[in-house]
Ligand binder design. Structure first.
Ligand code: G3H
Ligand code: 13P
Ligand code: ZN
Length: 283
């Protein structure tokens, strides 16, 4: 069933486990995530980005995902969220399409500007009963900076996090503790003390860890212990999906029914999501 992201996170936080937030771009991936959640009897969050909205059409992708959720998950709560909205326009587009949870990622701006942009989004979104995630610090993407960022400079400052949360009233915060998107090399060890400090200063805010595709058991467990409630996964799903497509599209492939290819990719993604759910549910 389509459910509130905030309620899903609240339930997880209360019970000491974490939720997987999975990026999807089409029907097959949405089905893969929902089917994994139903099989594992565990709530998840499905998320889309601006690029996916541009690719599919705002309302088209919203309706496809919503329909998959409603038709395939009668009992398991599934949240639906905009990931990495970089400006006010995309936030409005997402809310107009129907989403009840959005991320404003103004982490490229200096603190005060980040706070101002985030506050504007929170005022707009909360007035419409939409939850908001912000980002403070930098979770680098591949190709955005050199391979060895100065982690101390880009990780979340706990006192600034407290200030941002108090000033903006944001519901969730994406934190930077040495984590990175894609296959970017992460900090050798996440900054656990920093995470503890952040959690202590903003205990009522849901902490989200982006770039979690390559996070393994012990790291997930340490993060959940210190307050992380949500892990974002995209790259692992893309790899699973594309690996199947590549196998089926080599020169000697005789399959010409694309549904066979897409069904294989959907199954592969479902397998990955099931493993992640196990990891986040019992860290
Ligand atoms: O962290 C965000 C996503 O992995 C990037 O997704 O290529 O759809 O913008 P995108
Ligand atoms: P990965 O692509 O590294 O899994 O990160 C996903 C993410 O953070 C989406 O917001
Ligand atoms: Zn992210």
């Amino acid at each position: 069933m389509l459910a509130s992201v905030k309620n899903i996170l609240e339930e997880a936080k209360k019970n000491g486990y974490a939720i997987g937030a999975f990026n999807v771009f089409n029907m097959e991936e949405a089905q893969a995530v929902v089917r994994a959640a139903v099989k594992k009897h565990t709530p998840v969050i499905i998320q889309i980005t601006e690029k996916t909205m541009d690719y599919a059409g705002d309302k088209v992708i919203y309706d496809v995902v919503k329909s998959v959720i409603e038709r395939e998950s009668a009992a398991i709560p599934i949240g639906f969220h905009l990931d990495h909205g970089h400006n006010f326009d995309i936030i409005m587009r997402a809310i107009d399409a129907g989403l009840n949870s959005v991320m404003i990622d103004a982490s490229d701006y200096p603190l005060r500007e980040n706070m101002a942009v985030t506050k504007r989004v929170v005022d707009y979104a909360h007035g419409r009963n939409v939850a908001v995630q912000a980002e403070l610090g930098k979770v680098p993407h591949l190709g955005e900076m050199d391979q060895n960022p100065d982690w101390d400079k880009i990780m979340t400052n706990p006192l600034e996090a407290k200030w941002l949360v108090e000033e903006t009233g944001v519901d969730a915060l994406a934190i930077a503790i040495g984590n990175a998107h894609d296959f970017f090399r992460e900090r050798a060890e996440p900054d656990w003390k920093r995470l503890e400090e952040i959690n202590k200063l903003i205990p009522g805010t849901y902490l989200v860890l982006h770039g979690a595709s390559d996070w393994v058991n012990h790291k997930v467990a340490e993060a959940v212990k210190r307050g992380v409630t949500c892990f974002n996964i995209d790259t692992d799903l893309r790899v699973a999906f594309n690996t199947v497509l590549c196998q089926f599209t080599h020169d000697k492939c005789t399959i010409i029914d694309p549904r066979k290819v897409m069904a294989g990719a959907r199954e592969a993604v479902q397998g990955v999501v099931e493993k992640k759910i196990d990891l986040f549910r019992n860290p």
